[in-house]
Ligand binder design. Structure first.
Ligand SMILES: [Zn+2]
Length: 145
């Protein structure tokens, strides 16, 4: 497996791991009295610190975006989500289905009864919040350890 880069184009300060990012966030908090959170870069292995929280716009990956909406709303209409987030991109559309299956396999979500279409419901909000922070693949890897 090729080594993933620690470099990224976020234009944000990079930290090598979560522990270093958390230490930086704590220092920021002491210096500026603003709450800061950490997340793994969507484009690489680095960690970043943010004082604005993880916004949907910043969550470029389908899995993180889906997890974010499940944490926020409890349930997501998968067809509506797919149309809005993946548009007509066939690879992104397929990714939505894969993420939903993977989340359900990981007991983060369950299929919810729906009059029409497919709805996904959150069952583990803490786990989903972790997916927002580190991505679905990162979460699966963490759980497998
Ligand atoms: Zn980055």
């Amino acid at each position: 497996m090729p080594a993933r880069r620690y470099n990224c184009r976020c234009g944000k300060k990079r930290y090598r791991d979560e522990r270093q990012a958390l230490a930086a966030a704590a220092a920021d908090q002491r210096a500026h009295h603003v709450a800061a959170t950490v997340y793994r870069c969507p484009g690489g292995l680095a960690w970043h610190v943010t004082s604005r929280g993880c916004t949907p716009q910043a969550l470029r990956s389908v899995g993180r975006r889906l997890a974010y909406e499940l944490v926020a709303h409890g349930e997501v209409d998968l067809d509506e989500f797919r149309a809005r987030v993946a548009g007509t991109d066939p690879r992104r559309r397929a990714r939505v289905s894969r993420c939903a299956r993977q989340m359900t396999d990981l007991a983060l979500t369950r299929w919810a009864p729906a009059a029409a279409g497919i709805r996904l419901a959150a069952t583990d909000r803490a786990g989903l919040a972790r997916v927002v922070q580190i991505g679905l693949d990162g979460y699966a890897a963490e759980r497998a350890r």
